[in-house]
Design a protein around this ligand. Sequence first.
Ligand code: ZN
Length: 99
Amino acid sequence: MQPYETKNGSEYVSWLVRNPGGFVVNVAATLSPSYFVIHRSTCRTIRPDANGQHLDPEAFTQRSYRKFVAETEDELRDWGVAEGFTRIRNCGHCMRMMK
Ligand SMILES: [Zn+2]
């Protein structure tokens, strides 16, 4: 399935809850080609509810950053290349053990 953007905080949080095995890419609101960081959907750094916090979910999708989601890491990576992102990275917290 093609990655797609969760366009607001409630759509984003709903997707995280429904897809615990999924992947999220964090990109700049400007879609800067040099910022593309892939996370697991369980990563604490991309979850408004991490560590018992109740952060505003809109801060994750509506301000400095946007989120695109997919079922697999490879779908996000292939999509990022096709969209012209030039610096694709894995999150240092949740993706350390992956290829
Ligand atoms: Zn992460």
